[in-house]
Design a binder for this molecule. Structure first.
Ligand code: SF4
Length: 458
């Protein structure tokens, strides 16, 4: 019997990349490949790269080199956002065999198989050549570099959402669904619009059919994700927005929870919240990417809201949903962020009291406006600001958890570790319950009896 080829995946970056890795995995499985862990020896390694910061680029390069150490003969494929925007940089990495952009992911198996076919043909040719001439090491290296094949379509010309076809979800309790791609915002620090192109929304019927499938597989929670989900529907001819989609999703039988991925604050209008209030399955955890709590910094970032607007949005959500939890992303050390600006951010964050904040130290991304701005901030200062905000975030989390003691919460249980069942409340607080019962994928109402910094006890 012919041995199946083994393929391994490494995913860097966001939930969209995770979704796409899942889709690529399914394609390889359908074609009879064996999927193995990326720490094991494989015949093909697919590195789904990220380019959101210079650090992500570095990590992507590291992974691309590292996998070849596991099998010198393996085919290494670089795909995703870093491959899309830094094709030339990537092609210099000798360990890589094939470079694919974001649009090529949907046909990845065909590209890999074509590459293998080409290599086999070349080998046949070379065998003939070796008999005739002696190739020096230098020539061999030059030939090696030529072996890197690249297929990258310009995403900026892409007008339609690219479907991956039928995806099987391997998760048991929660699945991530991609509803759109691309971003038209051009924040000054972000390269993503160049890596992902313009806003393209996925057709509602495709999303709803995927969700129906998820429900049939017994998964109870869906997380909707995209590059800029607030823009969902903007490219449709007819008027159809995210809230319309949420209303339809709320009707899908079997799905118990709908969670929104990261959203831009301006999506939250009174009309949106009023309609949302009628949807029983939508979780009241909102990840509103604020980025800075200082208006001057926000302006330089090309974010399109003010702190005053944000404050109103937070109030609207909290007044409407008693169990609202707000989380956010903050960038510290953005060019020009002096002590005064940082203080404004700190004070604002203290006032809003996010449950959790993901703090990023600004790292210039080549090709963006911010990378060229004056007033780049010293690394030690960024470190100190980041430490201060992480401390504030931890404090908020702990305080909020404490307030849950004595309250009834609804938990979807996910997994068991050392006799403790872990799950999340509807508003995404981690919950622990010590029990011998098997609770996987069960939703239970429980009383909160204790609180730690990162979780509540039931
Ligand atoms: S909204 Fe801004 S930060 Fe987010 S992907 Fe678009 S350009 Fe980047």
């Amino acid at each position: 019997m012919k041995k199946m080829k083994a393929v391994a995946f490494i995913t860097l970056g966001c939930k969209v990349n995770q979704y796409e890795t899942n889709a690529m995995t399914q394609q390889f499985i359908q074609k009879g490949y064996d999927v193995v862990d990326h720490t094991k020896k494989a015949d093909i390694y697919i590195v789904n790269t990220c380019t959101v910061t210079n650090m992500s680029d570095r990590k992507s390069r590291q992974m691309l080199r590292r996998v070849k150490e596991l099998n010198k003969e393996a085919i290494v494929v670089a795909c995703g956002c870093y491959a899309q925007v830094a094709k030339e940089e990537i092609e210099k990495i000798e360990e890589i065999n094939l470079v694919l952009g974001n649009n090529e992911k949907k046909d990845i198996v065909a590209y890999v198989e074509k590459y293998i076919e080409n290599q086999n043909l070349k080998k046949l040719e070379e065998n003939k050549k070796y008999k005739k001439i002696e190739i020096t090491k230098v020539q061999q290296t030059a030939e090696k570099q030529k072996e890197i094949e690249t297929q990258i379509e310009d995403v900026m010309n892409q007008k339609e959402f690219v479907e991956f076809g039928d995806i099987t979800f391997t998760e048991k309790t929660r699945a991530v669904i991609k509803i759109q791609d691309g971003c038209d915002r051009f924040c000054s620090y972000c390269i993503i619009p160049y890596a992902r192109g313009r806003v393209r929304s996925r057709k509602p019927e495709h999303i709803l059919s995927e969700i129906g499938k998820i429900a049939k597989e017994g998964i109870k929670e869906v997380v909707i994700t995209g590059i800029h989900i607030a823009s969902y529907g903007r490219d449709f001819k007819e008027q159809y927005q995210l809230i319309d989609l949420l209303e339809e999703m709320n009707e899908v039988e079997g799905i118990e929870r709908i969670r929104l991925g990261s959203i831009e604050p301006l999506l939250i209008t009174e009309e949106f919240v009023n309609r949302l209030a009628k949807l029983s399955k939508v979780c009241h955890q909102f990840h509103l990417s604020l980025q800075s709590g200082c208006d001057e910094t926000l302006k330089r970032m090309n974010r399109r809201y003010t702190t005053e607007q944000f404050k109103k949005i937070a109030k609207l959500l909290r007044d409407t949903f008693e169990d609202t939890i707000l989380t956010t992303d903050i960038i510290v050390g953005f060019p020009g962020e002096n002590e005064e600006e940082f203080e404004k951010t700190y004070t604002f964050l203290k006032e809003i009291q996010f449950y959790k904040m993901h703090i990023f130290k600004y790292s210039p991304r080549k090709g963006t406006k911010a990378a060229e701005m004056r007033g780049q901030v010293d690394g030690n200062i960024k470190e100190e600001r980041s430490r201060k905000l992480i401390e504030l975030s931890n404090q908020n989390e702990k305080e909020y958890n404490k307030k849950c003691i004595g309250k009834e919460v609804e938990v979807l249980f996910e997994e068991e570790k050392n006799g403790i069942w872990q799950g999340h409340t509807k508003n995404y607080i981690l919950a622990h319950l010590r029990t011998g019962e098997h609770l996987e994928n069960k939703i239970l109402k429980c009383k909160c009896v204790g609180a730690e910094k990162e979780y509540i006890e039931l």
